[in-house]
Write a protein that binds this ligand. Structure first.
Ligand code: AMP
Length: 389
């Protein structure tokens, strides 16, 4: 999971930079200030408690903050990662965040601090106040907010510095430059984590050959489900025999077998920079399994691709492969070919649809020759993590 806290004095540009981070990395945005303003607007008990303090520029109690953060995290179990804006604001809140992340089996990736001189903050907030109408954006309250920042929030820096998670950016530069520096920080953080890719597409869309080439180029471990199953059969293992029994009865291989094979791969490939999955997950159940398995390894999905080729085109490719010596038995039977297509359309497409909002599945035009498609995929990877090779 990529979890980022954006830090900095009021007016440092946290909100502006957040907009970019949310879309680029598909993070769930938690701004404690926004949540509190909403509570006030709704007239909730919590809002009533916070209103006076916020209007005066003080910090609301850690007790209130822990409640709203906990509730927001719990209400979003699907989140791929979180972006915190305006939290943690006290040393205690830094511990709270650590505990909350631990509960999710993850941790904060880093805290990015937007550094802006106080006078610049005041200037920006006063002009924002003229437009936003935020009652706490007037000079007197701004000074109080900055005082609270110095006394209570600045110590948070030390918490993250000690843990090696503090990253500073000069926030007084032009917005685009700040954005660029933040992306560089995140890229390098992502390189320290496992980088996992899933590649979807019709049978015959080129998933196997592309995933093998991507794995080679980026130092990833390829997890090709049909290949794993074939290897078990070829090596005549106990699992292989069970797979064959399923095949003879023309049944799907049980999820429990698939899980074992993936688990083994994840445990044995300790030096991989990440994994590229092909042919898995095929169903919603398997998508939950994959997320669970990755979580166990303190990891998650970084990218998902959908290789798009017209169905007729994919069938032609499979037919051609079936006639060649590389052909698999299931390429040679029309019944089996149709069944695989149907399976994709009835089951796998639901996973792709669900993942579009969660991980931002990237469509790749799968037509054209191998190199053209490979370039399209590589470009998307390079975009997220430049210099990953
Ligand atoms: P912001 O929108 O982040 O500038 O927050 C506006 C106001 O909400 C602050 O001045 C505080 O009164 C309150 N607030 C927001 N986040 C926190 C927090 N993590 N801890 C305490 N008070 C907060």
């Amino acid at each position: 999971m990529l979890n980022i806290a954006l830090f900095g004095p009021p007016g440092a540009g946290k909100g502006t930079q957040s907009e970019f981070l949310i879309t680029r990395y598909h993070l769930y945005y938690i701004s404690t200030g926004d949540i509190l303003r909403r509570e006030i607007q709704e007239g909730s008990d919590l809002g009533k408690k916070a209103e006076k303090i916020m209007a005066s520029g003080g910090l609301v109690s850690d007790e209130i903050i822990v409640q709203i953060i906990e509730k927001t995290i719990e209400n979003n179990p699907q989140a791929k990662g979180f972006l915190f804006d305006g939290f943690p604001r006290t040393y205690t809140q830094a511990y709270i965040l650590e505990g909350l992340m631990l509960k999710l089996g993850t941790s904060l990736t880093c805290l990015i601090s937007l550094e802006v001189p106080f006078e610049e903050s005041v200037k920006r907030l006063v002009s924002r106040g003229a437009i936003s109408g935020r009652s706490d954006d007037n000079e007197e309250v701004i000074r109080k907010r900055l005082e609270e920042y110095t006394n209570k929030t600045v110590p948070v820096i030390e918490f993250y510095r000690e843990r090696g998670l503090f990253r500073a950016v000069d926030g007084s530069q032009a917005i685009d430059n700040v954005t660029k520096q933040i992306s560089e920080i995140i890229s390098s953080e992502l390189q320290n984590n496992l980088f996992n890719i899933v590649i979807f597409g019709y049978p015959g869309s080129g998933r196997s050959s592309q995933s093998a080439a991507i794995a080679k180029k980026y130092g990833l471990e390829s997890i090709n489900m049909s290949k794993l199953l074939e290897d078990e059969i070829r090596n005549n293992t106990a699992i292989g025999q069970r797979i064959e029994e399923h095949n003879m009865k023309e049944e799907h291989v049980a999820d429990e077998i698939v899980v074992q094979l993936i688990e083994r791969k994840l445990e044995n490939a300790q030096n991989a920079k990440g994994y590229i999955f092909k042919g898995f997950p095929r169903t919603l159940v398997q998508s939950y399994i994959l997320e669970g398995l990755l979580k166990k390894h303190h990891s998650s999905i970084a990218l998902a691709f959908n290789l798009k080729v017209p169905a007729i085109h994919a069938m032609e490719r499979l037919n051609k492969r079936g006639l060649s010596e590389k052909g698999k038995h299931y390429d040679k039977s029309m019944t089996l070919m149709l069944r695989r297509f149907k399976e994709h359309e009835e089951k796998t497409i639901h996973v792709v649809e669900k993942w579009i909002s969660r991980f931002g599945v990237i469509d790749i035009d799968g037509t054209g020759n191998f190199d053209e498609v490979f370039d399209r995929i590589s470009r998307e990877i390079d975009n997220i993590i430049p210099n990953f090779e």
